[in-house]
Design a protein around this ligand. Structure first.
Ligand SMILES: Cc1ncc(COP(=O)(O)O)c(C=O)c1O
Length: 390
């Protein structure tokens, strides 16, 4: 059934919970760095699916993997084995750090597993508290929004679960102030995404590693946004020479289909014993086939190298694009362009001009194009942004 844009909007208004701030743009197709609306107008997408379509919309390898797998099996429960989950687990462990993996369906769910892991590890010593950071974002479930360091996501949902403490991002002294005998883990995004693209200082992560080792507590990296090549390395921790005890992934990992995962270092990898954690959909054949295709694309198409070179190119040009730019920060193709003016008006104007880009924290343009970005696409996006900023 064909619906006009207006009909789609009316139907949403009548039947879909209004929990999102949506634009009226109605999309029907995605291809690489491009999306198309119902009227056939194309937009260059510098924020594909909130980083879910991190290697571009409908990447041919992912499409092929899903289509072929759908003919064989879409889902089996975790009471049975299937080769694709085994292959994906083996590959992700080989590419990150020695340990084991648990598959879920979203970032928040992966972080829920991280919280449960910290509590299991801390339990024998009476440790259960988790320290996270101001400006962080970890999800929208009750526990993960409590772990999130932004009041706006917590407002209206009290009483919040107990056992969460906050420290100031990049400030070791503030961590030491809240760290105590009940602390079980420290959870951090190596580069805060939703918080405004704020990189952790390398020294800060090294200090956290030292502190966690010293107190025998877990250091957990939320790499849901930074992972899977976004920063120019497969995982952001690889920039810092700091290995966490656990790392959560989601978004780009599935190439567009829902997946979440937690990689747990060997020392803690057997804490989840049968019956302690589960997820009905987690790690089914279809999503594993898609994730294997994403990893293959990153490797075979040299997407990490592309993220490094196109990231440097974009960052350098964004710095000079307009006097309204205050600061450009990030790594690879995870770029925050802080403006001296509100960024929402710029993203609206960009959309009118055929470019989709995100605004976060009031005045930060979050520029996260697909890792497949070409020089021509980068130049086109830059020229639209320049027009909007000037
Ligand atoms: C760093 C980080 N952690 C967790 C999440 C939550 O992921 P999901 O929306 O898949 O639950 C997000 C989503 O934006 C994120 O950026």
């Amino acid at each position: 059934m064909h619906m006009t844009e207006a009909e789609v909007l009316q139907t949403y208004q009548k039947y879909v919970v209004p929990s999102y701030r949506r634009t009226n743009l109605c999309l029907v197709k995605g291809n690489g760095a491009w999306v198309t609306d119902t009227r056939g107008k194309r937009y260059l997408d510098f924020f594909p699916g909130w980083a879910v379509s991190g290697i571009g919309h409908c990447h041919p390898r992912v499409v092929k993997a899903i289509a072929e797998q759908a003919k064989k099996s879409i889902h089996f429960s975790n009471n049975f084995l299937h080769p694709l989950q085994a292959q994906l687990a083996e590959k992700l462990i080989r590419l990150s750090f020695p340990g084991k993996i648990f598959f879920a369906n979203s970032g928040a769910e992966a972080n829920e597993a991280a919280i449960k892991l910290a509590r299991l590890a801390g339990r024998p010593n009476g440790r259960y508290q988790i320290i996270s950071f101001t400006g962080s974002f970890h999800g929208r479930t009750l526990a993960t929004l409590t772990m999130t360091g932004q009041h706006k996501v917590q407002k209206g949902f009290s009483p919040l679960p107990s056992g969460f403490r906050k420290a100031k991002f990049n400030d070791l002294e503030s961590v030491k102030k809240v760290l105590g005998p009940k602390t079980a883990a420290i959870v951090i995004e190596p580069i805060q995404g939703e918080g405004g693209v704020n990189p952790a200082r390398p020294g800060f992560l090294k200090d956290l590693r030292r502190l966690c080792t010293q107190h025998k507590i877990l250091l957990i990296f939320d790499e849901i946004q930074t992972g899977m090549g976004r920063t120019g390395k497969l995982f952001a921790f690889q920039h810092y020479q700091v290995t966490p005890d656990a790392m959560t992934l989601a978004k780009t990992l599935g190439g567009g289909v829902p997946i979440g995962a937690i990689i747990i270092a060997e020392k803690y990898a057997d804490l989840f014993s049968p019956g302690t954690h589960a997820s009905t959909f987690g790690g089914g054949p279809l999503v594993c086939a898609a994730a294997l295709a994403v990893l293959e694309a990153i490797e075979k198409e040299k997407l990490l190298e592309n993220a490094v070179s196109m990231g440097a190119y974009l960052q350098e040009r964004l710095r000079k694009i307009s006097p309204l730019v205050k600061e450009v920060r990030g790594a690879g193709l995870m770029i925050g362009c802080e403006l001296k003016v509100p960024a929402a008006a710029i993203t609206e104007e960009a959309q009118k001009n055929g470019l989709l880009v995100n605004c976060t924290q009031y005045n930060v343009l979050r520029v996260m194009p697909p890792l497949t970005l070409t020089r021509e696409q980068a130049d086109l996006g830059l020229s639209i942004l320049k027009k909007c900023l000037n």
